[in-house]
Ligand binder design. Structure first.
Ligand code: GLN
Length: 487
């Protein structure tokens, strides 16, 4: 089996036994990139030189007989919304085309401390706004399972490179579903941690009360390893939580006997594709067969989640994106002769259409006269949505739902209808608003050979139960062993 198609934990064992080197793993990943990246377009920037330097250092340490952490020498891809010192970070926007961060995000510092090798920066929807990666100012990313379909979004590049074996694992960010939905489209494991679990320092802000960084991996064990590496309180992020971080590998227990799993009525309504529903229902029977008990629950405010999310997220975005004015960093229009036209032109030339739409929506809902009717109302509904989850978790340990109502869709299928695109987030946005953790794992394949994702949701800071149920499901099924057929 090629090195690039293996998991981090498999590679770690071979590194530890000195059967392979970090340089060999990285060479295999780069060979794979040379072979398939033209078809996939997962990366905006590759960091080949610094990656091989870092791998050389790991190999030296291995030769010296050092004991290395589990992610040492593992090639990892990073969504281009996370700042990497010395490596261009564009957010897939023209406005940051030449931005080279002078510092590392906290998650990057943490990964580097582990000896992780950064392969490159992955494509995404501009400023993480979208569900298909079609909003990138640079390129399309194609789904490795079928290159005429999207990889989902906004972390489409991070999802695609893990499935195409052009990275062993990757980091993405999830504001309303941007880790879980692309993981389901590309057939891998995507985990959005509890809001506050992972530092957002150095994550370029989209909607600060929702954004959270998390991993894409080839299996659940790697997800636990990545979580061990990135979680924890950070004095640089006032919203990061002072909560102990357990060793998430200890949660990988193949046993869900007696676990109470809730099935919300509101997540199995019209609009969900027949094939998705069938696979998810089969997965639920499987969970029951493994000893869990299934309980019907109701989350009555689910139907307001998309409207609420698409008021709150753009409102926060409109404030966060005010900093791109062409003065201190980023794109600056040249053909101007006064300050105001410099601002105007830099912003109108630098931002793409979806980002502009969000800024307009957000500015409108925050403006005087509309604030109470939209923003304030949305905040109140957000509290009700959170209450639905609190009440549900009094009765059950875990909630199970489809990750997305459909499998991957074709390019262009939803670009002319923003509302249709927004509805892709219908099963992920509510939990983002509630701040709770969620994971998507593969649970089937459509007739057209496109992956289907199953979503588990847990109470705040209970990623341990989330990982345990995902692990048990994975270990007793073989959906995760299916691979896309790429030449
Ligand atoms: N698709 C959603 C949006 O466009 C979610 C994006 C995300 O989670 N970053 O806002």
């Amino acid at each position: 089996m090629s090195l690039c198609s293996q998991t981090a934990h498999q590679l770690h064992t071979q590194l530890k036994n000195r059967n392979i080197t970090a340089t060999q793993i990285l060479s295999d990943v780069y060979d794979r990139i040379k072979q398939v990246e033209d078809q996939i377009g997962g990366y905006i920037t590759l960091a080949e030189e610094t990656a091989f330097e870092a791998a050389g250092i790991i190999d030296q340490r291995l030769q010296n007989g050092d004991d290395l952490p589990k992610l040492s020498g593992i090639p990892v891809a990073i969504k281009d919304v996370i700042c990497t010192k010395g490596i261009r970070t564009t957010c897939a926007s023209k406005i940051l085309a030449n931005f080279i961060p002078p510092y590392d995000a906290t998650v990057i510092e943490k990964l580097k401390k582990q000896g992780v090798i950064i392969v490159g920066k992955t494509n995404m929807d501009e400023f993480a706004m979208g569900s298909s990666t079609e909003n990138s100012a640079y390129q399309l990313t194609r789904n490795p399972w079928n290159t005429s379909t999207t990889p989902g979004g906004s972390s489409g590049g991070s999802a695609a490179v893990v499935s195409a074996d052009t990275a062993i694992l990757s980091l993405g960010s999830d504001t309303g579903g941007s880790i879980r939905q692309p993981a389901s489209f590309c057939g891998n494991v995507g985990l959005k941690p509890t809001y506050g679990r992972v530092s957002r320092f150095g994550l370029i802000a989209f909607a600060s009360s929702l954004d959270q960084i998390g991993p894409f991996t080839k299996d659940v064990r790697d997800s636990a390893l990545a979580m061990n590496a990135i979680c924890g309180y950070d004095p640089m992020d006032s919203t990061s939580a002072k909560f102990d971080v357990p060793d998430f590998e200890n949660s990988l227990i193949n046993d869900i006997e007696g676990l109470k799993i809730g099935l919300p009525d509101e997540y199995f309504l019209d609009g969900i594709s027949q094939e998705v529903e069938t696979s998810v229902r089969e997965a639920i029977s499987q969970l029951e067969h493994l000893g869990a008990t299934i309980h019907r629950i109701s989350m009555p405010h689910t139907e307001y989640a998309i409207a609420t999310y698409y008021i709150i997220a753009p409102a926060e975005a409109s404030a966060n994106l005010a900093r791109y004015d062409g003065v201190r960093f980023g794109y600056r229009a040249t053909e101007t002769n006064n300050l105001e036209s410099m601002y105007k032109l830099s912003r109108s030339q630098g931002f793409g259409p979806e980002v502009k739409r969000r800024i307009l929506l957000g500015t409108y809902s925050l403006s005087s006269g509309y604030y109470d009717a939209y923003y304030l109302k949305a905040q109140k509904v957000r509290t009700l949505i959170k209450k639905d989850f609190d009440e549900a978790f009094e009765a059950v340990d875990i909630i199970v739902t489809p990750t997305s109502p459909t499998a991957a869709f074709e390019f262009g299928a939803r670009t002319n209808d923003p509302l249709q695109m927004y509805l892709s987030d219908i099963f992920t946005a509510p939990s983002s608003l509630a701040g709770i953790p969620g994971i998507s794992v593969p649970c089937g394949i459509t007739k057209d050979r496109l992956p289907i994702g199953l979503q588990f949701l847990a109470p705040p800071f209970d990623e341990e139960t989330l990982l345990r149920v995902a692990y048990t499901f994975e270990q007793n099924t073989d959906h995760h062993r299916q691979k896309p057929q790429l030449n």
